[in-house]
Design a binder for this molecule. Structure first.
Ligand code: ZN
Ligand code: FE
Length: 253
């Protein structure tokens, strides 16, 4: 069964997600940038936070965990590798682990790069990717290396094309400007940039996004394509090398 999915804007440009199984009422929160808006959404819907799934250790993904745990008695799940720098974990997970929650199953993927120890939760039809794969972008590589991040993106790119990518930030319009600076002639990207402009103007989140759309428009996922390597002046470069160049250009953009 596919649980209900709710996107919760937090802070200035973060997202948390709620997953809810109407069958048994079980609810999971993915990332907790701040408690206020998440608790308000839960109360409004009459849902309890039974679980909190943490993707990585950055403050803008965990600062609300303590308060939500105290108010709702949530059980907190996060990466074993990062247990020393996450809020106290009730369950530690690693790549390959499979969780049963909200009437579905979640596979844990290691998607290190932005941080080392960043994990994604992959369920049938949706993946919680936070600051690894983002809408039209990817997280900045702070702790890992470009090849490590590329490897992580490849794992996500291999999921079914209709997977909803539930990422951690509303960075999409800036990402669209950068993507167009590299692929001004990508028709799918031009159309998406217009959709993003309209959504942002209307105050509508641009996440989640379909993996198929990311594959067609996200420059970071397209680093392996000969046409992309040609566009960045690196014909014949390795995939990770081309990715590193695109990431470096975005860092300077
Ligand atoms: Zn982060
Ligand atoms: Fe973040």
């Amino acid at each position: 069964m596919t649980p209900e999915l709710v996107t919760v804007p937090c802070l200035s440009d973060n997202y948390a997600y709620l997953l809810h199984n109407p069958g048994n009422g079980e609810t999971a929160v993915v990332d907790a940038p701040e408690a206020g808006p998440i608790a308000a959404e839960l109360r409004r819907r009459g849902w309890n936070a039974d679980l909190i799934l943490i993707t990585h250790h950055h403050d803008d993904h965990i600062d609300g965990v303590g308060e939500l745990r105290a108010e709702f008695g949530a059980k907190v799940i996060g990466a074993a590798a990062d247990a020393h720098r996450l809020p106290k974990l009730d369950q530690q997970v690693s790549e390959g682990d499979c969780l049963r929650l909200c009437g579905t199953s979640a596979q844990v993927l290691d998607v290190s790069g932005h941080t080392v120890g960043h994990i994604a939760y992959v369920m049938p039809g949706m993946a919680f990717t936070a600051d690894s794969l983002m809408a039209l972008g990817c997280g900045r590589v702070f702790e890992g290396t470009a090849p490590m991040m590329w490897n992580s993106l490849c794992k996500l790119a291999a999921l079914p094309a209709d997977t909803l990518i539930c990422s951690g930030h509303e960075y999409t319009s800036a990402n669209a400007r950068f993507a167009l600076s590299i692929e001004a002639d990508n028709e799918a990207l031009i159309a998406r940039a217009e959709d993003v402009r309209r959504a942002v103007a209307a105050g509508i989140p641009t996440v989640p996004s379909k993996l198929s759309l990311e594959l067609a428009t996200n420059p970071f996922l397209r680093a392996n394509l000969p046409l992309m390597k040609a566009k960045i002046g690196m014909p014949g470069a390795g995939d990770a090398e081309a990715f590193a160049e695109i990431r470096a250009r975005k860092d300077r953009f």
